[in-house]
Design a protein around this ligand. Structure first.
Ligand code: FAD
Length: 355
């Protein structure tokens, strides 16, 4: 049986950065990725999200990020990742969707549809895209119209002439309203008031806020969700309709024709767009029991930069990158480097124990 020094799960920015650094540190590893093609979650983002629309994509180690422009991010970034994997000769296997990771006699066994990889260490880089979150409301099943989540947003033309309820207080909601409100009548509802600000995507305060949740043992909020929102030129046409100023608090229930508020107000809509975010895609790690009593996965503080806090407190063989404070392209890069170093250190300790 072959025993790998490390297995990386996921080949988005965080997984690629990890693999790059593992190679440099001489760690024998394989990267297992569920997608058919390179591109991480970016390849699945909606077609109208151009490079001008993204907040900012960090360079990969030794490879500058593509510039801005009106080409779709889902193509540009996917091609960039593809070239990167080839140029750096990263050992990515796909499509391999990991179902479970188990602990067997002190080694980690990574399983996917009848195949398995046995490894001394694991770096999880599975992002959030495959775990969209839709809150539940009374009457949700009675609603007769269409329901979409950001993950499957079909483009603005689909909503032409409709009345659309957009739910969510984050950057995706603001961006999707910016599109939809130019062709449809939009009602915007949020559970909490949106946080408008200068809009520094990788803002320190936002990242620290996510880290504080982890330190308190809670599951992380997304960095994007705690970063201040701002309207960009792309949202100007929608802003002129006044849609952003007509935001409503969250409704009480859904009915056949629309949403009902506690004061009896009914908004009839043809479609609901849930821009309600994502959760970390970690189901396959459940057998390892990494969660603490409050639902979060505690990570060992790695120093002053919280984006490099990656090592599981409960199982130091496991690193989590692109998780919590490192869930951004720059965070994924930094976490990848930190995780590779932690893996190297762990293997060195094991070697020292054996000899
Ligand atoms: P991903 O890119 O999600 O990659 C995860 C990979 O893991 C995928 O390839 C997937 O196939 C694979 N995978 C998942 N589950 C499994 C499994 N069970 N087995 C095997 N493989 C699996 N960040 C920025 O810095 N700038 C931005 O402008 C920005 N815009 C964003 C816009 C949106 C709409 C969203 C949702 C996020 C945005 N982010 C942005 C966040 C950013 O995209 C990610 O945090 C960053 O790209 C790091 O990605 P990742 O490597 O953690 O995960």
């Amino acid at each position: 049986m072959r025993i790998w020094e490390s297995v990386v799960i996921g080949a988005g920015q965080a997984g690629l950065s990890t693999s790059y650094h593992l190679r440099r540190l001489g760690v024998e590893h394989v990267v297992l990725d569920a997608d058919e093609r390179p591109g991480g979650a970016w390849q699945h983002r909606w077609d109208s999200l151009t490079m001008d629309d993204v907040h900012g994509v960090a360079d990969l180690p030794d490879a500058p990020a593509p510039g801005r422009g009106d080409e779709p991010a889902n193509q540009v970034i996917a091609s960039w990742f593809d070239e990167y994997e080839q140029a750096q000769e990263l050992p990515v296997l796909r499509p391999v969707r990991v179902d479970a990771v188990t602990d067997e006699d002190g080694l980690l066994v990574v399983r996917s549809a009848g195949r398995s990889w046995t490894t001394r260490t694991l770096v999880n880089a599975t992002g959030t895209w495959t775990h969209p979150f839709v809150p539940t409301y009374p009457g949700q099943r009675d609603f007769a119209g269409e329901q979409w989540h950001t993950v499957s947003y079909p483009g603005r033309e689909h909503f032409a002439g409709m009345r659309v309820l957009v739910v969510g207080a984050g950057a995706s909601a603001v961006q999707l309203i910016g599109e939809i409100a130019t062709v449809a009548d939009v009602v915007w509802a949020t559970r909490r008031p949106p946080r408008w600000s200068g809009g520094d995507f990788s803002g320190r305060a936002a990242i620290t806020a996510v880290q504080e949740r982890l330190d308190a043992g809670l599951p992380p909020a997304s960095v994007v969700s705690v970063t201040g929102l701002h309207l960009r030129p792309q949202e100007e046409a929608a802003a002129r309709t006044g849609v952003y100023g007509r935001r409503l608090p969250i409704f009480e229930r859904l009915e056949r024709d629309g949403a009902r508020w506690a004061d009896g107000r009914l908004e009839r809509v043809d479609a609901i767009v849930w821009a309600t975010g994502f959760r970390p895609a970690l189901r396959h790690l459940a057998p390892l029991g990494l969660r603490g009593p409050r639902g979060g996965i505690p990570l060992r503080r790695g120093g002053s930069d919280v984006q490099t806090t990656v090592t599981s407190v409960l199982d130091p063989r496991v690193q989590l990158v692109g998780y919590g404070p490192s869930a951004s392209t720059i965070g994924g890069n930094r976490a990848g480097r930190a995780a590779a170093r932690a893996v190297r250190d762990r293997l060195d300790v094991e070697l020292a124990e054996v000899s």
